[in-house]
Design a protein around this ligand. Sequence first.
Ligand SMILES: NC(=O)c1ccc[n+]([C@@H]2O[C@H](COP(=O)([O-])OP(=O)(O)OC[C@H]3O[C@@H](n4cnc5c(N)ncnc54)[C@H](OP(=O)(O)O)[C@@H]3O)[C@@H](O)[C@H]2O)c1
Length: 360
Amino acid sequence: MKKYNVGIIGATGMVGQRFSLLLCDHPWFNVTALAASPRSAGKTFEEAVGSRWAMKDAMPENLKNMIVQDAVADIDDIVSKVDFVFCAVDMKKDEIKALEEEYAKHECPVVSNNSAHRFTADVPMIIPEINPNHTDVIEAQKKRLGTKRGFIAVKSNCSLQSYVPALYPLDEKFGVDKCLVCTYQAISGAGKTFERWPEMIDNVIPFIGGEEEKSEKEPLKIWGEVKDGEIKLADSPKFTAQCLRVPVSDGHMAAVFVSFKNKPSKEEVLSVWKSFAGVPQELELPHAPKQFIHYYEEDNMPQTNLCRDLEGGMAIHAGRLREDSQYDYKFVCLSHNTLRGAAGGAVLLAELLCAKGFMD
Ligand SMILES: NC(=O)c1ccc[n+]([C@@H]2O[C@H](COP(=O)([O-])OP(=O)(O)OC[C@H]3O[C@@H](n4cnc5c(N)ncnc54)[C@H](OP(=O)(O)O)[C@@H]3O)[C@@H](O)[C@H]2O)c1
């Protein structure tokens, strides 16, 4: 595989920091640009991040002295140095939309963690094991933007990265009728650490702005189909969600209740999970977990602290599958929110796009 030069837009933030660690020694990608707000522009990466470094691993040596550029003002220089960019910024939705389109119109593909374009009809929202074929809509998007190679592809919200992978293959076989999910979400999902958010110690906050809507609606785009240059949303399965912020550094847990059109046996559910693999596993993409869904027989598993980092934080963990009195089954799921749920999921998406030739 050839090497691609990449940029990180929003490099100084929580997700951007994760990108820096995932990309600093990536076999296919070489970081040649870092960008953030005018507050960080002109400083070295180390100076710009300062005390905000929130990762357990140290900042990559080869990026420490790279000068952070202004994501907006320096766009011409940035796109001249990269084959594509990753984007994870904290800005107003319409500003993010405009920023990402500007990069695409500069013929620079954008792999985005932001929610701004998730419901733009010709922008694919991809979990690479589940709906890799949604890349088919990119040609229509390029036509709309008037570009030859510039486009935007996004990943979905971190909250649903555990339960959608568990439910998608079950829906294919048994038809999911309805699903109720309660998520227990880590503070890194808000770009925070305990040092910067001490109110979260010994506390649960029963509200995360916009999260329940995303958790219910985004799966319908993942389940959607490409038709007439757009992704048409599916109208099922139906989801209802409650999302809580819990005092955990990394890792979103979900308690799931599900009913099927054709109720499978417990053994059938476990067998589907065990054998579920997708294009990333077939192509052996660098960030593809070998086993996508790990099931734990122990009643007290999966645990956030013990499981989240398995397979580079890219695996999905499930446990406690049992029959329910009101739904067919209930179980729990877990995924690492800033790896599989954010930067890692975007890197895997970029690997898929490279393997399919979209970044050439
Ligand atoms: N944290 C997660 O688990 C997670 C998961 C999925 C998706 N996301 C999404 O990823 C995005 C970033 O989240 P985060 O948690 O990394 O946020 P964050 O830690 O607050 O970082 C925000 C980044 O945006 C940059 N930024 C702010 N204003 C800017 C501007 N005007 N121009 C250019 N860059 C600007 C910041 O640069 P400065 O340092 O210069 O201010 C910083 O690099 C958000 O859209 C979020 O919804 C986050």
